[in-house]
Structures are given as structure tokens and as C-alpha cells.
Design a protein around this ligand. Structure first.
Ligand SMILES: NC(=O)c1ccc[n+]([C@@H]2O[C@H](COP(=O)([O-])OP(=O)(O)OC[C@H]3O[C@@H](n4cnc5c(N)ncnc54)[C@H](O)[C@@H]3O)[C@@H](O)[C@H]2O)c1
Length: 248
């Protein structure tokens, strides 16, 4: 698998799955723009990659804000070339009983997890359409597949990501652009470590079929495959990477 000559954007690339994906895509030869609302984290990720000999830049981007996204696309395009790969990974979670859910929380989860599909994908598509080649990989969640108590807003937003993936895949299929999604199971990242889950990561791992939580690198491998030429005939697909937690 080689991504030499491609430019990739990874949203939420300062941490967890996004950071592992940025590292993996760089190792496969892609130039990588790391976007994150955590500016220091985005810069640190890009610095790590450039020190390792790869081409990378880091930008502070709130993926739900079109002005942030458009400015970051212009910078990535100018410094790294036309964007061919977009990994829509940035996300936030929320745990509360449904009756305690506020409109503010609901709107924030939807804005970051779902509206970002609109802002980021629309912004990079002109490059992909011009090249008649592109890969859009959206990070959804197994909680949208299985359901998950106290995660209604999150599961609804990630279910939206899966529907968005299927619809856009059909719209772009004849244009050389594939659109797929990866729903992780439980992955050992700062998000999972801070989650309000009984027993924490260790109990989740013990209860899982493989007796371990996912690693960010497990997700990055699937994302890199979907970004590659080997996955050219796969679109609209949900590639579950969850150690057997959920199968459909
Ligand atoms: N860890 C898991 O178990 C798990 C399971 C299912 C799905 N996911 C999904 O995987 C993705 C990555 O999660 P993770 O576990 O690596 O979490 P993480 O918290 O380690 O990383 C998420 C990154 O997104 C960034 N971010 C948050 N809001 C942003 C915004 N508005 N604009 C730009 N960046 C923003 C954060 O600063 C952070 O660096 C998320 O979409 C998450 O919902 C994670």
C-alpha cells in the first residue's frame, strides 16, 4: 500500500485515533495536514512527523466552523498540494440519561460530530473532483450500530455519519471518489479513558471477545487501507473495527 504523492487531512489529529492515523498515513507516503481544535496538539503532531522526515503541517481548526475549515484547506493546499484524502475523525462524546439531555449538549454533539461532515467534506471536494480521485473516510461508532444507553445524542450523530457516508458514496461513485466509514468499538484513547463507563477501560477489555480494548493503530490500519488504491472498488461501506464487539 503506498500513498506517495497524496495529500491527506486528518481532523482531530492531535490525539488518539486521529494521531495514529496521521502517523500511519505519513508512513505510507502521504503528506499530512493535522487539524485539531487543540492547536498545541496539532502542532506537536506535525512537528513529530516532520522530525521523522515526513511532510506535515498542523492547524488549529474547529471542524464545525466553516471559516476555520476553509482557511485550513487553503493552507494545506498551498503547503502540501491538492487534497486527495480526508479523514473526518474529530468527535466529542457525551454521557447522560436522555431526560437530562439539554438542547445545548444535543446541538454541540451534532455540530461537532455531524455538521463537520458537511463543512470539511464540502471544503476538500473541489480538489478531489478536479483530480477525479479522492478518498473520504468518516469515523463513526459502534454505539450507532448496537445502541448504547446514556449516549443518545452521540449515537444519533454517529448514525447520521453512517447515513451520510452511504448517500455521498452514491453521489460521487462515478467521479473516482470513494466514501466509507469506520465505526470503532472501544478504543483505548483519551476519549475512552475520560468516559463515564462503569469499570473503565480494564472492565471493557475483559468483557470484549478479544479480551482487549482496540488500539488507535487498529483503526489507523483500516483507515489507511480505505485510503489506498487497493480499496478503489469499495464505497458506501461500513468497515467495523471492533474486535468482535458487534457484527451485523
Ligand atoms: N475511543 C473510542 O472508544 C471510540 C469509539 C467509537 C468512536 N470513536 C470516535 O473516534 C474519533 C476519535 O476519537 P478518539 O477516541 O481518538 O478521541 P480523542 O478525544 O482522543 O481525540 C479526538 C480529537 O478530536 C479533537 N476535537 C474535538 N472537537 C473538535 C473540533 N470541534 N474541531 C477539531 N477537533 C476537535 C480533540 O481535540 C481531540 O484531539 C471520534 O470521532 C470518536 O467519536 C472513538
Amino acid at each position: 500500500m503506498s500513498l506517495a504523492g497524496k495529500t491527506a487531512v486528518v481532523t482531530g489529529g492531535a490525539s488518539g485515533i486521529g494521531l495514529a492515523t496521521a502517523r500511519r498515513l505519513a508512513r505510507e507516503g502521504a503528506k499530512v495536514a493535522v487539524w485539531d481544535i487543540n492547536e498545541a496538539g496539532a502542532q506537536a503532531a506535525a512537528a513529530e512527523l516532520t522530525q521523522a522526515g515526513y511532510s506535515a503541517i498542523g492547524s488549529r481548526v474547529d471542524v464545525s466552523k466553516r471559516t476555520d475549515v476553509d482557511a485550513a484547506v487553503a493552507m494545506a493546499h498551498a503547503k502540501l498540494g491538492p487534497i486527495g484524502i480526508l479523514v473526518n475523525n474529530a468527535g466529542i462524546t457525551n454521557f447522560c440519561s436522555f431526560m437530562d439531555m439539554t438542547e445545548e449538549t444535543w446541538d454541540r454533539v451534532m455540530t461537532v460530530n455531524l455538521k463537520s461532515m458537511l463543512t470539511c467534506t464540502q471544503a476538500v471536494l473541489p480538489d478531489m473532483l478536479a483530480a477525479s480521485w479522492g478518498r473520504v473516510i468518516n469515523v463513526s461508532s459502534s454505539s450507532a450500530q448496537s445502541g448504547s444507553a446514556r449516549m443518545t445524542a452521540y449515537a444519533a450523530s454517529k448514525g447520521g455519519v453512517i447515513g451520510f457516508t452511504k448517500a455521498l458514496a452514491q453521489e460521487l461513485a462515478a467521479k473516482g471518489i470513494t466514501v466509507n466509514n469506520v465505526p470503532p468499538g472501544f478504543v483505548d484513547t483519551p476519549m475512552l479513558r475520560s468516559a463515564d463507563l462503569p469499570g473503565g477501560v480494564e472492565q471493557i477489555a475483559a468483557a470484549s471477545p478479544m479480551k482487549r480494548a482496540g488500539r488507535p493503530e487498529d483503526m489507523a490500519a483500516a483507515i489507511a487501507f480505505l485510503a489506498s488504491e487497493d480499496a478503489a472498488y469499495i464505497t458506501g461501506h461500513t468497515l467495523s473495527v471492533n474486535g468482535g464487539r458487534y457484527s451485523s
